[in-house]
Design a protein around this ligand. Sequence first.
Ligand code: ADP
Ligand code: MG
Length: 724
Amino acid sequence: MVSLDSKLGPVVGKDSATKLHKAFGMETVGDLLAHYPRRYIDLEQSESLSDLEPGQYVTFVARVVDVKNFSLRSNPRRTRTQVRFTDGRTTLTATFFNQSWLVKSIKPDSLQLFAGVVGEYRGQPQLTHPVMKKLPDGGSLTDVESGYARGIIPVYSATSTIASWELENAVATVLAVLDPPDDPLPVDVREARGWPDLDTALRHIHQPTSRSQWWNAQQRLRFDEAFVLQTIFARRRRAFDDEPAVARPRVPGGLVDRFVDRLPFVLTDGQQMVIHAITRDLERSHPMHRLLQGEVGSGKTVVALIAMLRVVENGGQAVLLAPTEVLAAQHYRSITTQLGDLAKGGMLGGAEGATRVRLLTGSMGAKARKEALLDIVSGEAGIVVGTHALLQDTVEFADLGLVVVDEQHRFGVEQRAALVDRAAVAPHVLVMTATPIPRTVAMTVFGDLETSTLQELPAGRQQIQTTVVPVAEHPAWLDRAWERVREEVAQGRQVYIVTTRIGGDDDDAKKDTESQESNQPRPVALLDVVELLRDGPLQGLRLGTLHGRMPTDEKDAAMAAFAAGDLDVLVATTVIEVGVDVPNATMMVILDADRFGLSQLHQLRGRVGRGGHPGLCLLVTSVVGDTLARERLDAVASTTDGFRIAEFDIELRREGDVLGARQSGHRSSLKLLSVVAHDKVIAEARDVAMKVVADDPELASLPALRDAVLRLEETQQAEYLERT
Ligand code: ADP
Ligand code: MG
């Protein structure tokens, strides 16, 4: 009995199994069969040779024109064999050294399958020592034995140790003995779509005899990938609904009402809608799991604060987790200021029913920490602000009712679980991100969360003008940029200057050598820039620095000084990337902007133009001749729509990064599904999964689906454990 779980060794032989394991990490028959062809060669429609790129590993079919031997001028005893081949339009050559016998074995006019890395010789693409395999001649294409009788040849992602047809052979060996596997997809679902069952689908995707066969098989197997994932999410959402939580309903005249009354601005319609949704969530005695995504500066914090106050006015506690200490400190300051006497619980001048806000970060002194912890365990502090590191700590809460996670879209399901586990009763959870996530990605990564989106910016928010400054082409523009900084400061405003690296003796030497090797100019270091500017173009201005190697108290002091207007210019690394809010800052100069991700640039520039004055962002780059880099920067400069930028960014990245999966090691469970391109598939799979789980939560009637779900959950769990 050969199943998808059978080990490969006994089926394909020990040597092949070892090779497959080494090259692709395959262990089971299922692993091999999930290595789907990358594409297919249709023998009826030969591939074009006119667009082979040097460096590519290619597999294609071509007809041999002629084969000739030459002796090498440098060493007449050595030979070079040149095979010319054509696809009918383009003729190229393959070169072999010291294989003169090939002249006899490769016949002109024969069809050959070629595989190898494309090289270049005298400006022409060519192959050196490709692997070749003769295809049956025209007449014998009907020969069933050949395997190519089908007319469609699968092409697999191959490596230098395993050629595409070796994979093809291994797959054929496996398919010959495979017993039909259980199907995870409900029969009615696949029949309604005209899809084959799993067994047929696997055969058709690997050994199609027509285009429609692999097409249908691919559709179905792609749906499977989305379906298993969405079944996991559907089950999780169901589990949340079964879990108890403490309801935190509205308290008329309570903290929320009093806070909203004194807000210096009107909440946007979007904010009100989200607050309404959260209020309804919190009224239920099941935990809220909501994702709030919003454009940079859309005002997520005040929404979160209202949610926190709702819990506090019900006698509970809320914690706000920020990704960096700088951001935690800023949240703490701004929340305390905004609450005013509402945050002075038990203190002189505190309002009635007032609470207390406490900051808790990893680098706090022992005494301050002890005080904070005491307030937290006693319930004295209604609101706790801290870094994500707080998760690792054993902080005891009197009554933790809500966890807000700010600016973290990678915050994993398991990390949420870890936090929730600590509370006796599950707290409500609100995750906030300003990195806009395309809908499908949200469905795939946060499929177990309800999603709210804040699209509009508060009224009166100023435009940010973004300009690319290519200093290699226009050195004078940089001088002009520094002049602009002076003008901005002369008008009483403030400026950020952002660098990619800090500099100083212990700066990563490796990165420096790397960039020297790659011929790109070395990125400017913060410490060097500060010195240059202070003694040069920005002489006389009040310059401050902010970077990750500064002690926490110095970081806080720098940030506070900038916020208070005691500094004109803050030269910083990306520690200011998320959430920093200084309304008087109107200009940002980003040095080596080409080194940043697009969404990161969008985040960065979101720090300016937050007050009543328009923002200006200069993207300085010194790359020469890299058109893609310029295109990326131009894209950021051309739009302020974070969602479009995110989509553009994701297109340029690998799927794995989108899913937050690790770069190496584990193979992604998604082979055919692209979270960017296949939004309809994902949405449909989500609907089907919800119905299936509603009817049969334990998946008793679909054991194969149940197994797939458990297997995927297990790998996710394993990856999480490795990460922590
Ligand atoms: P983000 O969503 O990027 O976290 P913030 O919550 O930091 O944005 O809000 C940015 C700024 O906008 C803050 O100074 C905040 O006080 C202000 N703000 C929030 N909501 C409104 C509103 N409805 N009208 C005017 N300003 C607002
Ligand atoms: Mg924010």
